[in-house]
Design a protein around this ligand. Structure first.
Ligand code: PEP
Ligand code: MN
Length: 263
């Protein structure tokens, strides 16, 4: 179902008037985790002002350590919905199991399945039944074939609205958090009709690398980007070192414009 052999025409996903996979570059921006009303509001206003239409923020955080901040859960979902309404944005948030998926249905427009759950097949099937667009991140050790098969799980349950997100893979390199596989973008676009977005934040783990990799992703043909942005990265509860501040984000959006226009 994900293959171009089955469907030649590219899939364009329309969420409340915001398109992913169309001519316009889809930019998803916001903090790693929803931390407070003030933090989310500030992030949303600056993201929207800079031109992003999709607001991200984790309410359920799949952290490596059980002692790290785990997210605000339902309160975080409520804040996302409320903030998106005030800023005229569309929300993207990660679900980590069937329970968080069910809880998110009333609040969230695009459900994210994270790298650690890319092969959680029951969750993929539940996502397929949800009726919501799914942002499916590449597993950090998944091949392109395995990633497309994960998309197939969602689609085979009747949900054709899948957005693939390259977020870096594990290699021997430790200088960056992961290794961004930009070649996956044109590769997937040759194999599948689904839109592909790139997450330079989790791919690199380093703020200074986010802008160059964003520009490269757009030049490689990505349909959009997922960028972590925080009003005060030094005080972020999660992923501060890779988060842009609002000024850096707005500068990136400016630099991206001519590259996107050339594509
Ligand atoms: C995230 O987007 O906040 C996240 C946890 O991403 P990933 O699943 O790619 O690590
Ligand atoms: Mn993060």
């Amino acid at each position: 179902l994900a293959s171009r052999e089955v469907k030649e025409e590219r899939t364009i996903i329309n969420v409340k008037g915001v398109t992913i996979g169309g001519r316009e570059l889809a930019v998803i921006a916001g903090p790693c985790a929803v931390e407070s009303k003030e933090q989310l509001m500030e992030a949303a206003y600056s993201a929207r002002q800079a031109g992003a239409r999709l607001l991200r923020g984790g309410a359920f955080k799949p952290r490596t350590s059980p002692y790290s901040f785990q997210g605000m859960e339902e309160k975080g979902l409520e804040l996302l919905a409320q903030t998106a309404q005030e800023t005229n944005m569309v929300t993207v948030s990660e679900v980590i199991d069937e329970e968080s998926l069910q809880m998110s249905l009333d609040y969230i427009d695009v459900l994210q399945i994270g790298t650690r759950n890319m092969q959680n097949f029951r969750l993929l099937k539940a996502a397929g039944k949800s009726g919501k667009p799914i942002l499916l991140k590449r597993g950090h050790s998944a091949t392109v074939e395995e990633w497309l098969m994960a998309a197939e799980y969602v689609m085979s349950e009747g949900n054709q609205q899948v957005i693939l997100c390259e977020r870096g893979i594990r290699t021997f390199e430790t200088a960056t958090r992961n290794t961004l596989d930009l070649s996956a973008v044109p590769l997937i676009k040759g194999l599948s009709h689904l839109p592909v977005v790139v997450d330079p934040s989790h791919a690199t783990g380093k703020r200074d690398l986010v802008a160059p990799m964003s520009l490269a992703a757009v030049a490689a043909g990505a349909d959009g980007l997922l960028v972590e942005m925080h009003p005060d990265p030094a005080r972020a509860l999660c992923d501060g070192p890779q988060s842009l501040n609002p000024r850096e984000f707005s500068e990136l959006m400016e630099r991206m414009r001519p590259v996107a226009a050339a594509m």
